[in-house]
Design a protein around this ligand. Structure first.
Ligand SMILES: [Zn+2]
Length: 412
């Protein structure tokens, strides 16, 4: 799209929104359809791309999708020419933090631009917040849902529970609560549920100092997992090393929030993760970020990154579920380009990386019936790229236009 078309695009979508609000989305009058025409479409990671495709969006949903010669564009539809572009479903970043000073000290515009910079500008219309200051994400979610600001759909894994007396040294002076004894686990989980969270975050391995990593005891993990599952909540664990990974897996958690790249990592872990349906968020670029932050020698950084890539590759080769995530917000560099490159260098294909960004998280978080693919009836969560990320994986980091539920939420 040239700039004129883009501005027109935005104006028309704005108009569409106003019309829809007036019409109350109840279908009492014919809604305006919008058709993206001419792009290469990746409707799903396991589907062949559609050349010269058409996606018709109506009332925030995908009305039709397919090759141009098979799709009748509805009369009166707004037509967006997207020749030479590529379109995928909306992307997920399944490991983010919203690291704000208290929100009441910021102007709404400052908050909105941070949220845009951390998520929307990279095509992330869904994020999993794995721990921010209390109340921050719930308030962001409220502002996004009420239309006060553009932003992604936010899922929250709250709690940040640590082994007794063993908060990670790098979060100090932030206080993190000790995991409850199993008898009190339901009480602790219910408190987390009331904060608006869909999940619970635990540190099953906590870096107390450079020389001391404390694993959570398995009974405590199990207590939290059972209590969370009773409330249909998931549990995400920060593993750190083999012991922390085993505590998480044996305690029954749903997701590892990171790889756990110690030298001599336990090669038997990926298969057990697969058997117990544990998902993995790789956060590969984190290991260089942390290494440089703490003055780790270059050779150690290289080895850690390589070990993390081996873990990802082993789990991927088995068919394990991988959720794309960068730990952005803790990681101060928001750009996901390096994560894409590191995943590709680990051996993941474009389709596997696309799945980690779309269908895998949609499935893991129970939203596969409405997002993750470009299919009729799904939410119109779309990302338009100037180039094809299937030919150059770094293109994923440079969306041209980002659409969430039929509305443009970012435009480069
Ligand atoms: Zn994190």
């Amino acid at each position: 799209m040239d700039p004129t078309q883009s501005s027109l695009f935005r104006a028309l979508f704005g108009l569409l929104l106003v019309l829809c609000l007036h019409l109350g989305f109840d279908g009492s009058a014919a809604a305006t359809d919008t058709a993206f025409v001419g792009a290469r479409l990746y409707p799903a990671p396991d589907a062949a791309p559609i050349e010269n495709g058409v996606v018709v969006v109506s009332d925030g949903k995908i009305k039709t999708v397919g090759p141009a010669d098979q799709i009748a564009i509805p009369e009166g539809a707004i037509i967006i020419r997207a020749d030479g572009k590529t379109i995928t479903g909306g992307l997920w970043n399944s490991h983010v933090h919203f690291n704000f000073p208290p929100l009441d000290r910021l102007e709404n515009e400052q908050v909105a631009s941070y949220v845009r910079d951390i998520s929307l500008q990279y095509g992330f219309v869904h994020v999993l917040d794995t721990g921010s200051a209390p109340g921050v994400s719930a308030e962001l979610r409220r502002r996004i849902d009420t239309g006060e600001m553009a932003g992604p759909t936010i899922l929250m894994a709250n709690g940040s529970l640590v082994p007794k007396g063993s908060a990670p040294f790098y979060v100090r002076p932030t206080i993190m609560p000790d995991v409850a004894v199993p008898d009190k686990a339901q009480e602790q989980v219910d408190l987390i549920l009331r904060s608006g969270a869909e999940g619970v975050k635990i540190f099953s391995g906590s870096i107390v100092s450079f020389t001391n990593i404390v694993p959570m005891d398995v009974e405590s993990v199990r207590g939290i997992v059972d209590a969370a599952h009773k409330r249909a909540m998931f549990v995400v664990a920060h593993p750190t090393n083999n012991a922390g990974a085993w505590a998480a897996i044996n305690g029954g958690v749903d997701i590892l929030a990171h790889t756990f790249p110690q030298q001599g990592w336990d090669r038997s872990i990926p298969l057990v993760m697969l058997e117990r349906n544990v998902a993995l968020i790789p956060t590969l670029k984190l290991w260089r970020f942390d290494g440089e932050r703490f003055g780790t020698p270059e050779a150690v950084i290289v080895n850690s990154t390589r070990a993390a890539q081996e873990q990802l590759a082993a789990f991927s080769d088995l068919g394990g579920q991988i959720l794309f995530g960068t730990d952005v917000g803790y990681v101060t560099d928001f750009d996901p380009t390096d994560e894409y490159l590191l995943m590709q260098q680990a051996g993941l294909s474009f389709a596997q990386i696309l799945a980690s960004l779309t269908t895998a998280p949609a499935q893991r978080f129970g939203m596969a019936d409405r997002t993750g693919k470009m299919e009729v009836g799904m939410n119109a969560d779309l990302v338009v790229f100037d180039e094809d990320p299937g030919s150059d994986i770094t293109v994923f980091a440079e969306p041209k236009v980002v659409v969430r539920r039929g509305q443009i939420v970012f435009e480069r």
